[in-house]
Design a protein around this ligand. Structure first.
Ligand code: CO
Length: 424
């Protein structure tokens, strides 16, 4: 599965996790269930999901292992969440959908483009309640702008009111229950068996590679599916090492990670603990010989606003992997040195991001993960533009740099003793 295919089919975080699960199963990985005992065989390959939106995959070495070589990226992206009683009827016979914001969104890009909804639904199936993926595969919604003739000052700066300006239009004179019927049909159930749903607006515009030399890629949710994809390919490609390679896709980074499937939940630490218990390895010793690459996209210098970048740290698209530094990131000198050495051995260029000194920037998974699993951690990403737009832009060649770096990373093994790091 190439990146464009993955992005095009990742209609929601649930679809993204499902696509990776299917690829792992096809590659011979055994699906584990968190509600059962794990019997892990040396040389075994496994994956486990939580909430349908987070996924962990790992391979058990044939011999005693040093520690864990982990990566973590996030499956979620800022989007409009569709409320329970979704239909707004009127004015003048219009039918609209009631939504709220999930994550820190750029609002303007959502206007005047075809949209639909995607996510998951819970469906009554006999005595059970089943999870179903939902994607209404058609141009269903649009958020119309106000004409310039009615808002002459709009190009001097615009304030968007999410209860009014970004409400999506669905139809005219639609019968009550139309939206619910569409969701039930997409979930493959009767409307009365549709118990609940987590649905998000989704732009219909397909991912594209573009530019004079095809140097750019644009798609919804490049933050963070580009990193999720690059780390995944590296994880699959790497030969066995003296450590346990662990791939993590976690949810809810955009709202602070404080869910059971987020970096502030125990999914990663529970799994590491279970691998240690099943293999008889001391968890604390293994943690000391472990490393986490927290991979979440970074800001490229903006072509029209280069002044927002720091004067001496100016990441560019297609310039290689970006190591991210700030008080809100986990990166410190030891992890930076280790990861830079991995990239040097892989022939991958490294750039550095710092916030301009008067800006605070965003947070990410790394510093949150280490409060549960305290391992040496570096925050990295790939340089991109328009972060948290519903259609983002990044470097088309950077994905391969990340795959190369992560293949080398997952092929290696780390040992640490009193500040001395050995990378094999
Ligand atoms: Co992100």
């Amino acid at each position: 599965m190439d990146l464009l295919t993955f992005l095009a089919a990742s209609h929601s975080r649930f679809h993204a996790a499902d696509l990776l699960a299917k690829e792992l199963a096809a590659a011979g990985y055994t699906r584990l269930s968190e509600s059962r005992t794990w019997d892990l065989a040396p040389g075994g390959k496994y994956f486990v999901t939580r909430n349908g939106s987070a996924l962990l995959a790992f391979r058990v070495p044939r011999r005693d292992f040093a520690g864990f070589m982990l990566s973590a990226s996030h499956s979620d992206c800022p989007a409009f969440y569709v409320k329970e009683n979704a239909e707004l009827s009127g004015p003048e016979g219009y039918a609209r959908l009631n939504t709220e914001r999930y994550g820190g969104m750029l609002l303007a890009p959502w206007l005047d483009r075809p949209l639909t909804v995607a996510g998951r639904a819970m469906v009554r199936a006999g005595a059970a309640i089943e999870t179903r993926l939902v994607y209404i595969d058609r141009d269903l919604l649009l958020i119309p702008n106000v004409a310039i003739h009615m808002n002459r000052a709009v190009n001097d700066g615009c304030k968007y009111d999410p209860k009014c300006d970004t409400v999506p239009l669905m139809g005219m004179g639609s019968a009550p229950g139309t939206f619910r019927a569409l969701v039930a049909r997409a979930a493959g159930c009767r409307a009365e068996d549709l118990l609940s749903a987590d649905l998000y607006l989704r732009p219909r515009q397909a991912p594209v590679v573009w530019g004079a030399a095809d140097e750019f890629i644009s798609a919804p949710a490049l933050d963070d599916l580009q990193c999720a994809y690059g780390c995944f390919r590296g994880f699959l490609a790497a030969p066995d090492s003296a450590s346990v390679p662990v791939y993590a896709l976690l949810d809810n980074e955009e709202i602070g990670s404080r869910t059971k499937q987020g970096a502030d939940g125990a999914f990663l630490s529970d799994t590491v603990e279970r691998i240690c218990a099943a293999t008889g390895r001391d968890r604390r010793e293994a943690a000391a010989n472990s490393f986490l690459v927290s991979a979440d996209n970074a800001h490229a210098v903006h072509p029209n606003h280069p002044e927002f970048a720091d004067p001496t740290h100016r990441p560019v698209m297609n310039g290689g992997v970006v190591i991210k530094h700030s008080v809100r990131y986990a990166t410190a000198a030891p992890a930076q040195a280790v990861f830079t050495e991995v990239c040097r051995r892989a022939g991958v260029p490294v750039q550095h991001f710092f916030n301009r000194s008067d800006m605070t920037g965003g947070g990410t998974l790394g510093p949150i993960s280490i409060t549960h699993l305290s391992v040496e951690t570096v925050d990295i990403g790939l340089a991109q533009l328009a972060m948290h737009s519903c259609y983002e832009t990044a470097g088309a060649r950077d994905t391969d740099y990340l795959i190369q770096a992560m293949t080398a990373y997952y092929s290696s093994s780390l040992r640490e003793e009193n500040g001395v790091f050995t990378l094999d």
